[in-house]
Design a binder for this molecule. Sequence first.
Ligand code: NAP
Length: 547
Amino acid sequence: MPPTKLDALIIGAGFAGLYQLLCLRDRQDLNVQVLEAGAGVGGTWFWNRYPGARCDSESHSYCYSFSPELTQEWQWSERYPQQPEIMRYLNHVADRFDLRRSIRFDTRVTDAHYDATENRWQVTTGAGDRYSVTYLITAVGCLSTANVPSITGLQDFAGNWYHTGEWPHDGVDFTGKRVGIIGTGSTGIQAIPVIAETAAHLTVFQRTANYSVPARNVPLTPEFQQYVRDNAALIRATMHSTANGHPFVVEDQSVFDVTDEQRTAIFEAAWAKGGLQFRANFRDITTDLAANATAANFIKAKIRQIVNNPATAEKLADIDHPYAAKRPPIDSDYFETYNRDTVELVDVRAAPITHITPSGIATANGEYPVDIIVFATGFDAMTGPMLRIDITGRDGLKLRDAWEAGPTNYLGLQIPGFPNLFTVTGPGSPSVLCNMPVAIEQHAEWIAACIAHMRTHGIATTEATQAAAIEWVGQVNDAANATLLPHAKHSWYLGANIPGKPRIFMPYAGGMARYREICADVAAQGYVGFTLAGANASPSPSATGPG
Ligand code: NAP
């Protein structure tokens, strides 16, 4: 069978793939196909069905904003959307915009290689189906490659074990079970209180203690729902103007502009309000160690206040990094859960996990019997989802070789040596440091505009130059170094959670608003930093990107 010929192929049907499809198929009339490994739309939310799975962005901002009609007709029920509600939303979007007819589910892309003679990408799926496409767009998500640590003995464990990112669709019944959960990142912090509600006993294996601020989830009032409808344009404008794409603005005051009493009152109010904007009360919490310490100490004091057992409280408050240097979790009764008689905290930094036995988890301090193990151990983030596809660019260059020392790309959008391959929210873009739908809409629209430009001007290939990519990686490093983010040595932002992964700060920390401007300037200057080639293409104005 000859390969199916397409203008564009999009890998993934999450937030990114759905909107990219709409941009290319409906606005440009291209022949587009989406291939999706899951049995339905949803991307990360299709797989992450663990107990307590909920988005930390507020629901009225964790959605598309490109369609005023969609915004007007959809109504969120809670301050933070739960996984099933996000799935209902994305299914609604897929139906409303008739996207499903262009998506093939249960179809995993295994291999994609660039054929220079034809200037096409040849793509193969797990079932052996082949596609030949002009533009290849990866919308594979940043956190879609589950990381199950290699711990000796897991294969002999007599009970069941699960990774939160590949959760069974019919759920897991913890009733009467002894459960062990490994990991206290955003996922573990959401899952632990919910699992503790039904488990006979829950043992939490904590390697790195973590900050968390109450989410204060509540049902949305009709007044707030009306406010969202009436102020959709303002909310969108705010999200587009801020560094992190959230609908709140970071206050322009230093923690040292106020007295100790005033600062404590501000933190108390923020704690009572809950949510990610805890860090938004002062401009220097994320950039200045001394300023950060005031927030960190406030949260540590809260942990000691909430948790009754002083030894447990000390383990939870023994945090080795600045607040928000790792992705800051928000929670519903996380620290309170340690006051249950049935919940036990084990410090595996002090006494590491040595192996798994048929009946439990063994540490240097002894064995903890469990019937079920939950791995809330995160993901091979950002590069993992790309590298598990065998991608080969120009002259046989493998992506895994091009990225051996860490991801090199330009604006997080294109990789030198991989013409006409575009990445949505790849490494080098704000993505995970931003409210994701905001980052995704900007990327999908930029990529669509670039393809439209190519078609209008008879450009056959667009390819990031090596010089622009190297310069951009420098900017990504500089942006990270201007913050406290690199102070968290064990962070997945740095790839530090995966043994052997190069330690490079992956997301762009310069802020979404700034990044949006940079991308717009690049396009306005004739795609500076990209080589545009083809019959009518004029050469790129400069080899390097924006300064
Ligand atoms: P994570 O932040 O990488 O946390 C993984 C946890 O597992 C860490 O506590 C880690 O300890 C621990 N761990 C990993 N391997 C271990 C081992 N061999 N032994 C003991 N402990 C081990 O992963 P995550 O919690 O799944 O979160 C990933 C990201 O997903 C978040 O940062 C966030 O961006 C996103 N997320 C978003 C939401 C939301 O919006 N609602 C919810 C969940 C997740 P160390 O810290 O010591 O490595």
